[in-house]
Design a protein around this ligand. Structure first.
Ligand code: ZN
Length: 135
C-alpha cells in the first residue's frame, strides 16, 4: 500500500520587512508570512496565498490570522515592557514617594519635570516600537 504524505510548509512568522508576495507577486502588503518549504526554501507570502497553500478553510484562515495577531500583540507588549521597565520602575518609586497625595496625584506627578521626563520617554519608546508592528 502506498501512502501519500503531504508535508505542509512550516510558517515561521510574520514580517513587515517584506511587503511583496512571492507566490502571486502582490505588492503593498502590510507584511508577509515567512514560510519554510521543503523544496523552495524560504518564501514570503501574503495571507491569501498562505491560506491557499495551507489549504485552510475560511474559518481556519480567520483563526490563523487571529492567532498571528495575538502573537504579534504579545511580542509587542513584551518588547515595550523590556524597553521601558527601568523607566516604569523609576516612576513607581516616585509614585510611592507621593502616595500620600490626593486623587490628582497623576496630574501632580506629571507636573514634576523628572517624572514628566520619564513619562515622555516611555511614550516615545512605545510609539517607536508600535511603528514596527503593523499587524
Ligand atoms: Zn500572494
Amino acid at each position: 500500500m502506498e501512502t501519500h504524505v503531504t508535508i505542509k510548509p512550516k510558517i515561521l512568522g510574520f514580517t513587515d520587512s517584506r511587503c511583496e508576495c512571492d507566490r502571486c507577486g502582490k505588492t503593498n502588503l502590510k507584511g508577509t508570512y515567512c514560510i519554510e518549504t521543503p523544496d523552495q526554501g524560504l518564501l514570503y507570502l501574503g495571507s491569501t496565498c498562505i491560506s491557499r497553500l495551507m489549504e485552510y478553510s475560511s474559518k481556519e484562515t480567520t483563526k490563523f490570522i487571529k492567532s498571528e495577531k495575538e502573537l504579534r500583540r504579545k511580542q509587542k507588549q513584551a518588547e515595550i515592557k523590556a524597553a521601558t521597565q527601568h523607566l516604569e520602575d523609576q516612576m513607581q518609586v516616585m509614585r510611592e514617594e507621593q502616595a500620600a497625595l490626593p486623587s490628582t496625584e497623576q496630574e501632580y506627578l506629571l507636573g514634576i519635570p523628572s517624572y514628566r521626563k520619564l513619562w515622555n520617554k516611555i511614550t516615545e519608546i512605545k510609539a517607536e516600537i508600535e511603528k514596527n508592528y503593523t499587524l
